[in-house]
Design a protein around this ligand. Sequence first.
Ligand code: ZN
Ligand code: ZN
Length: 236
Amino acid sequence: MKAVAVFPEERALRLVDHREPAILAPGDVVVRVLEVGFCGTDREIAAYRMGAPPPDSPYLVLGHEAVGEVVEVGSSVRRIRPGDLVVPTVRRPCRRETCRACRMGRPDFCLSGEYTQRGIKEAHGFLAERFSDDARWLQPVPRELREVAVLTQPLSIAETAIAELEQVQKRLPWAALGETGGAGKRALVLGAGPVALLGAMALVVRGYKVTVYSHAGRGDKAEFAESIGAQFVTAD
Ligand SMILES: [Zn+2]
Ligand SMILES: [Zn+2]
């Protein structure tokens, strides 16, 4: 099966013949890749500034933002069926018994630092014809979101930040006013990269009055921000 991989030792990036994924455990799922997104992390990996292959491989298959279609599921998988659209998550838990975060299924809080990340750190990514994974790391996506589903992973970064800021804001005595239309909810998004613009969209949907601030001048990004109802402010 074809895959695109980076060889950090050789400082090379090329098409490889990668092993075909298979159901190896009852909870496994095999997915046919439909789309893979690229971001700044991929650029860094392709410039050999970050990223690490699995210990038993000279190369790392790229790709951590993907959407695919399920082709096969293991005998214990109930939540996902062949034909479903799925988006994989990126980080996988470390093996330390003492890592409370990973043992609770929250490798995003891994305490040992020995977590892996598909397509980034010691685990192959999704820029291949197919991949397999445990069903718990796959999120089913409605068919009607097919066109934009590949943006789920970068959106999840903005969504995590918004969930945290909303939790923090709750401690403020006037927080409830925003909910009742008092002062209104206002948000400032610093930067106008893809994750920032996804975050601005998520905030607009939540009813915030959004300002996007960028050091870059007006251009496509300003137009986009204004098209979703946000205000664009440039340092230019
Ligand atoms: Zn990314
Ligand atoms: Zn851990």
